[in-house]
Write a protein that binds this ligand. Structure first.
Ligand SMILES: Cc1cc2nc3c(=O)[nH]c(=O)nc-3n(C[C@H](O)[C@H](O)[C@H](O)COP(=O)(O)OP(=O)(O)OC[C@H]3O[C@@H](n4cnc5c(N)ncnc54)[C@H](O)[C@@H]3O)c2cc1C
Length: 534
């Protein structure tokens, strides 16, 4: 009990978003009570991929090695018609974010199980399984949360400073705070068929979208010996036509899959939503993950967006709770995350149009042209397009861009990943220069107040000494900085560049400007990144 509070934060719902919120807050020293109405992880395998941004978040939480066995590198994605004409293909370039791969196949229940196991080791996190949150009320000082123990029917009340509502697509908390879920739900019902693999078949490790107007099919290897097909039902079909795996086999036989390849493990029916809550915050209560937004699965970004919400909100809220960041930081959560989620939602809708063969010949040609050009580029990393940043989000600017993560060598000769060298605070990085030589006294005062560290990145061809210098032994960081002509970049704890010397190193001010219309995500527009979801 902290003063009059039972915990700093109450997390409603303990799916991937809720667990990552609790883990991030615990990393900042904040205590959490999480309420989850189910006893076990949801067994339907929903998410099928994650990328290196999400894995870098796991690294920041110190759980990347624990989670690694649940991730399997994904080789490539392709869009084929049934006559095996390849419409589009993305060979995944190597990751520049510190891990072995850019994209990974997962099996969501296995990933969630491991996330929960990691969280169970944190004394700051108290999870109450079998409890349903029924209501909450807030005042100037905190939030009072009411929950029911579903086994006994007994009611319980707890009080916290903040609430993170990660209670999924049908979030009750969303209604309690008066937020509305705006957008559409498509009419088409998809059957998602999860199978256990019995033998290898050609190119099983390529994520394949069988593109067809009537019966497009998603064909993807999940981790740990699982495989998934997602198939839309025709207008004259309904879930009642597929009550058991006997009927579902008809769909797999029709696309050439046989009992020699797999056994069906489970199947479920989904409709695709493109919906976002009109506000993600009411006072001390914040919506995150599916509670805040729902998108079609084509960009593989629904769960990942929830994980990113949770991490973004968690590191800011944790530091606001300890007083090391001003409360205005909490306003940057929705300002930063909403445009990024909009980017992935638009990307998912666009990719869905390819699968359903809805692109015009001109759009199709444009897609191929962009793929040829490799829009992601060798050193491209995720980008935010609004929030606590100084400067423009122009394509050539590093502002809003995540720093790549090579291995570096400290000046005592030890090799380690950049993030492990930098620690978890604000850092100013100088390209072969001590950042303190570039900052004015006023600029320095602002970064000092945030507890920033000043690090010189040295080339391998120079002497370097002291704890605040590292050597760019992978030869990745200096070319990345010098490519934009920046001498010094200010990096936030989440590794996004907040400011550069090119556009001024004064600490960004509040209130943060909102994203402009069409200013979405990784490359500033929706279409630029479409061939390579990031
Ligand atoms: C077919 C399909 C494929 C997908 N593929 C991908 C993919 O490849 N990549 C990707 O990133 N995402 C994918 N997704 C999306 C992903 O599965 C979801 O975005 C993700 O599970 C959302 O996580 P969450 O924690 O926000 O919500 P949920 O996982 O829904 O968790 C919410 C939790 O809150 C609990 N809860 C609800 N109300 C209460 C209450 N009142 N009190 C206490 N507990 C409560 C629920 O029991 C639940 O455990 C896919 C989804 C589907 C359906």
């Amino acid at each position: 009990m902290n003063g009059d509070y039972d915990a700093d934060v109450v997390v409603v719902g303990y799916g991937p978003t809720g667990v990552v919120a609790a883990l991030t807050l615990a990393g900042e020293g904040a205590t959490t009570i999480a309420f989850e109405r189910e006893q076990d992880v949801y067994q339907r395998a929903r998410a099928m991929t994650v990328n290196d941004w999400t894995v870098r978040i796991f690294q920041a939480l110190g759980i990347d090695r624990r989670v690694a066995p649940t991730l399997e590198p994904q080789r490539a994605s392709r869009w084929l018609t049934y006559d095996r004409t390849e419409i589009h293909r993305v060979e995944h370039p190597p990751s520049v974010m510190g891990g072995p791969s850019r994209f990974y196949n997962i099996y969501q229940p296995a990933l969630e199980k491991e996330l929960r196991a990691c969280a169970a080791e944190r004394p700051e996190i108290d999870v109450r399984f079998g409890y349903e949150v029924t209501d909450l009320e807030q005042d100037d000082e905190g939030v009072t949360i009411r929950a029911a123990d579903l086994a006994s029917g007994r009611a319980t009340t707890v009080r916290s400073r903040y609430v993170v509502a990660a209670d999924g697509g049908s979030s009750r908390t969303r209604s309690v705070i008066g937020a509305s879920l705006l957008g559409d739900t498509l009419d088409v019902t998809w059957v998602v068929i999860d199978c256990r693999v019995k033998r290898w078949w050609p190119d099983r490790d390529i994520l394949t979208f069988w593109s067809d107007q009537e019966r497009p099919v998603v064909d993807v290897a999940l981790s740990a010996g699982n495989h998934r097909w997602e198939i839309p039902l025709r207008p004259d079909e309904s879930p009642a036509d597929y009550p058991t795996s006997v009927e579902v086999w008809r769909l797999l036989h029709a696309i050439g899959v046989s009992e020699d390849d797999v056994e069906i493990h489970q199947h479920a029916f989904y409709r695709h939503h493109t919906r976002t809550a009109d506000t993600w915050r009411a006072g001390r209560v914040f919506l995150a993950g599916d509670a805040a937004h729902l998108m079609p699965p084509w960009a593989g970004a629904g769960m990942q967006s929830g994980v990113r919400d949770a991490y973004d909100l968690g590191w800011k809220m944790g530091r606001v709770l300890t007083g090391s960041l001003a409360p205005e930081w909490l306003d940057t959560y929705e300002a930063e995350r909403r445009p990024n989620v909009a980017y992935y939602t638009d990307l998912a809708v666009h990719l869905g149009r390819i699968i359903k063969q809805e692109l015009s010949p001109v759009e199709q040609a444009e897609l191929m042209r962009r793929a040829d050009r490799d829009p992601a580029g060798e050193l491209a990393t995720p980008r935010l397009a609004a929030g606590w940043f100084r400067g423009s989000f122009a394509r050539t600017s590093l502002v809003g861009r995540m720093v790549p993560q090579p291995m570096v060598t400290d000046t005592l000769g030890r090799r380690l990943l950049l993030d492990d060298f930098l620690g978890n605070g604000f850092v100013l990085l100088g390209a072969d220069v001590d950042p303190l030589e570039v900052l004015s006294p006023a600029e320095r005062e602002g970064w000092d107040r945030l507890g920033a560290r000043y690090v010189r990145v040295s080339p391998t061809a120079a002497y370097a000494s002291g704890p605040d210098a590292c050597v760019d032994t992978d030869r990745m960081l200096l070319p990345w900085l010098e490519g934009s002509s920046a001498r010094v970049v200010a990096v936030r704890p989440d590794r996004f560049v907040a400011a550069t010397d090119l556009e001024g190193l004064t600490v960004p001010q509040f209130p943060v400007p909102a994203a402009r219309e069409g200013q979405h995500g990784p490359e500033g527009t929706v279409s630029e990144g479409a061939a390579t979801p990031r």
